[in-house]
Ligand binder design. Sequence first.
Ligand SMILES: [Cu+2]
Length: 502
Amino acid sequence: MPTDLNRRQFLAAGALTLAAAGLAGCSSTDKKTTSFVEPGSAAVTAAEAKRRRTGTVVQRALTAEPVTLDLGGKTAKTWAYRGASAAEPLRGNVGDTLKIALTNNLPDPTTVHWHGLALRNDMDGVPNLTQKAVQPAGSFDYEFTLPEPGTFWFHPHVGVQLDRGLYAPLIIDDPKEKADYDKEWVIVLDDWLDGVTATPDQVLKELGQGMMDHGGMDMGPMRMGNTLMGATSPLLGGDAGDVYYPLYLINGRPANDPQTFTAKPGERIRLRIINAGGDTAFCFGVAGHTLTITHADGFPVQPHEAENVVLGMGERYDAVITAGDGAFAVIGEALGKQDQALAVLRTGAGSAPTSKTKLPQTKDPAAAVDLKAADAVRLPERAIDRTLALELTGSMGKYDWAINGKRMDMGQPMRDALGVEAGERVALEFKNSTKMWHPMHLHGHTYQHPGGGPRKDTSIVLPGTTLRVELDADNPGRWLTHCHNVYHGEAGMMTTIAYQEK
Ligand SMILES: [Cu+2]
């Protein structure tokens, strides 16, 4: 019988051997051990130096702090950013240097992750992977080149802080782009509970206790504490979400105190729609208007007309509408949850829509599968050098969400990673073996959907399906890929893709 100490040593040695064998299995080199590029390495600096730069510096201060909000008469104590919000986006031109002085006035550590940006790895904002978390009363200077134009956003990458008020859009303009519209509005959809019914940490605790499988029940959503049972949507292949939210917001405003956007009839308006929710997919539309979808996750697509579009958490779509005459409901229907976020488009007389105004129920709202990348951003055809299998596993009952059966602990330094080499064409195969949909997100890259589909960084993977996407490994570093359901991610549905040192 080994002693405890010997047994621990034995197990540790076994784990190392397994990790090394796993890496050797997907490496084309004959190296016995593989080390990964460090976030602060010369390779990361060299990749940054290759980005086109304008020389302009956009400098802003951002303070994460406790605040009290008035949400349509409900008082909510929450955490938010001073210096940016849904109503006050950060904005710069492609090639500008963004310089953000973050101050942490929260009682907990935090970071800022710049969602969707192929930025330098050491500015990606992932604690224990690309930087140390910023401690209470501490600060951190983010500084990086804005790599691509488009609709992006940012949020913390610590715990479930994202489900508080800590998020805002980041809009990157291309001065050379022809503006084929008269007005532009940013529309941030969110599901809200913090300071109203619970904190996100309390919700995570409740979810962690597990829920009954309610497969087959069709009684509509039923609230149990801060969780929901039976919130289903055929658009999401069944279970739509598991968290009860008392409010749904557009640009921080609830349905009983909606924001009113004004325009003239006939004006063309570009909408930049962002789902900043924690556990809610939205079906978005403007009553009486057709959306012409022009961008997915910041990147241009061949224009596609639809009544509505579905956004999983972390996804963005840009769409152009031609304003009608009157007052119209701008709606984000919270799929499966029998509630909605509301704003108002007003161009003339007419009574304002209320929270009871419904979107026309289209059979077939648009989603990524309906879109094709614009020619300018389509990846050139190339043979695949490496395929990474990412099996999504876990269940509501055990709340053991994982990738390839491993639950990642964000509180620990990186122990292993799926390796890639710079210069490779890599295929990612997200195979959803769970009974629930997952909005999967990759940091630092924009992959392409199959068949010339859209370039994206966040994609809905329906239960029982496999989504295979391709990317060029051209941004060295250590990058997370994870479920953007903030509760699934924090429970462990995350893993790391890391560049091997050459
Ligand atoms: Cu998930």
